[in-house]
Design a protein around this ligand. Structure first.
Ligand code: KIV
Length: 263
């Protein structure tokens, strides 16, 4: 049995310029599979609200749902770090609310860290969680829980002042003790600048190749969503079609009396 990836391994990889790999997973079987693939961390993202529950956006994911899925993933993942994603309104009220909910990811669901999106009190909350023993990954740029403020799925940090603000937020998260920062949907040059300006790993999604690592949504990697193909994702499989064809074959064989075989 190999040793589980920790925040120290994240930092060591970043220091050695080795790319960090993170992927989402939402259940036991997928946890087993992505862990066997050798990823450094498995994020149980609130993207499960769309990928697993068929909802419009991430906003309505509840703590109970996030804990339920994180516990299933954690059962399957023995080597990678499991990161629970804090859902909308589970931390924004302040450090105490955040600690109670973040703590549940570790004590009830078996995660080793949490991720939280930038909010006005993000640095204060991050510092409080870290000081109380909860490793925190920050999340900057396009933060999906602020979808309505952004007016849609738009790249962030495109002009000088918003780029400067993101750089300041990254430095503030580093100072608060975050062990890494997701950079989502920002220009590649800005991601490069932020990565060079902080001493903790940046993990990009739609932020170009210069980050300390990459995170992808598993359903995008596997081609599991027939009508959703984000520009920044690469489908390594056409799993929707593979499942459809396999099940269609089963239906055909049962109807045709070919399965189960006659004994
Ligand atoms: O919820 C999620 O899957 C995420 C990743 C896209 C970073 O936050």
């Amino acid at each position: 049995m190999s040793k589980r990836v920790t925040v120290l391994d994240f930092q060591a990889k970043f220091n050695k310029n080795e790319k960090i790999t993170v992927v989402t997973a939402y259940d036991y079987a997928m946890g087993l599979a992505v862990d066997a693939a050798g990823v450094d961390a498995v994020l149980v993202g609130d993207s499960l609200n769309m990928t697993m529950l068929g909802r419009e956006d991430t906003l309505s994911a509840s703590m109970d749902e996030m804990l339920h899925h994180t516990a299933a993933v954690a059962k399957g993942v023995k080597n990678a770090m499991v990161i629970g994603d804090m859902p909308f309104l589970s931390y924004q009220l302040g450090p105490e609310q955040a600690l109670e909910n973040a703590g549940a990811f570790l004590t009830e669901a078996g995660a080793q860290a949490v991720k939280l999106e930038w909010c006005p009190r993000a640095t204060e909350i991050t510092q409080f969680l870290v000081e109380n023993g909860v490793p925190v990954m920050g999340h900057l740029g396009f933060t999906p829980q602020q979808l309505h403020r952004f007016g849609g799925y738009h790249q962030q940090g495109k002009d000088k002042s918003s780029a400067a603000l993101l750089l300041r937020e990254a430095k503030a998260l580093e100072k608060a003790g975050a062990f890494g920062i997701v950079l989502e949907l920002i220009p590649s040059d800005l991601a490069k600048k932020i990565t060079a300006s902080v001493n903790i790993p940046t993990i990009g999604i739609g932020a170009g190749p210069h980050c300390g690592g990459q995170v992808q949504v598993l359903h995008d990697l596997l081609g599991l969503m027939p009508d959703f193909h984000p520009k920044h994702a690469k489908a390594y499989l056409k799993l929707h079609e593979a499942i459809r064809d396999a099940v269609a074959e089963y239906v055909k064989e049962v109807r045709g009396g070919k399965f189960p075989p006659k004994g």
